[in-house]
Design a protein around this ligand. Structure first.
Ligand SMILES: C[S@@+](CC[C@H](N)C(=O)[O-])C[C@H]1O[C@@H](n2cnc3c(N)ncnc32)[C@H](O)[C@@H]1O
Length: 273
């Protein structure tokens, strides 16, 4: 059998089944406290809703409740039913009265995204803040994803190009481009997507200067260019924990906290044939 990657559900299911107790990737959950508190304060909503994507068994879920002031405004999503089951059980055991939502969903599946966003409200925005601790990292390890073209999620400038829906095909898109479009469909203009990543080039495809090198499918009229949907507002370096004893001269490894801001361009759902 081919070896599994961080982009595969089977990999995560088996990992969480071996250790269902809480585990935090890259950094302890509290490392994001300031950034999340800032995003809550900056939100145009008095009662911002949080979508925690790829929650795994991180203690970030419970921290989000205190940071946002209410457990019922926190929705945790993961495609590993094992992680969701373990995390939900931990909430029940350790947080009496807490009412977070726990959803098993594949963030790369359009049907799952439409269910998450209750499709009729698509474009209206359901989650003011999306929190992602190394989930974009895991997703970026996956293979390019086959998608129907023209893609059912579109922006207004693509409308004309899509009049002829008889010309249907499929194409391959990078999993992070697909994630960026899916997440954008759930977030209103001005909403934020906070991403803690080990990579300093995780969102190169959202930067105009690097854009020429991105994949050819995006922005063709068949698939939305995520550059239209997100602005990289901030990249804050974080010292990664050092393994073992400190060694003089060893370079300090940095993680990066990205703050992406949703642009005002709406994403809507093309009627499916
Ligand atoms: C690196 S772990 C991070 C877990 C957690 N955020 C933390 O900080 O400990 C990546 C998480 O993303 C989830 N994941 C990966 N691909 C996914 C996808 N396509 N849809 C939903 N969840 C996914 C995995 O199940 C795993 O829980």
């Amino acid at each position: 059998m081919a070896s599994l990657s961080f982009g595969d559900r089977e990999y995560w299911d088996s990992r969480f089944a071996k250790d269902p107790s809480g585990f935090d990737w890259l950094l302890p959950a509290e490392a994001l406290d300031n950034a999340i508190a800032e995003a809550v304060a900056a939100s145009s909503s008095q009662a911002p809703r949080i979508l925690h994507i790829g929650c795994g068994t991180s203690s970030l879920s419970s921290r989000l409740c205190s940071l946002v002031g209410s457990s019922d405004r926190v929705c945790n999503v993961d495609f590993s039913s094992v992680a969701i089951k373990a995390s939900r059980a931990r909430e029940a055991a350790e947080m009496p009265g807490s009412r977070m939502q726990w959803v098993v969903a594949n963030l790369l599946s359009l049907d799952d995204i439409l269910t998450l966003g209750k499709s009729s409200e698509l474009g209206g925005g359901l989650y003011d803040i999306v929190v992602d601790k190394s989930t974009a990292d895991a997703i970026s390890c996956g293979e390019d994803v086959p998608v129907p073209l023209p893609y059912p999620l579109r922006v207004p400038t693509m409308l004309e190009a899509e009049q002829d829906t008889s010309d249907q095909s499929t194409g391959l898109v990078h999993p992070l481009s697909l994630l960026a479009v899916h997440v954008a469909s759930l977030v209103p203009s001005g909403g934020r997507w906070l991403v803690l990543s080990y990579s300093s080039s995780r969102f190169h495809f959202l930067k105009r200067e690097d854009h020429a090198s991105s994949e050819s499918l995006v922005g063709t009229g068949a698939f939305v260019d995520p550059l239209q949907l997100w602005e990289v507002a901030q990249e804050e370096p974080f010292d990664a924990p050092q393994a073992g004893e400190p060694v003089v001269g060893r370079p300090v490894v940095k993680h990066v906290l990205y703050t992406l801001i949703r642009t005002s361009i709406p994403v809507s759902l093309r009627a499916r044939c």
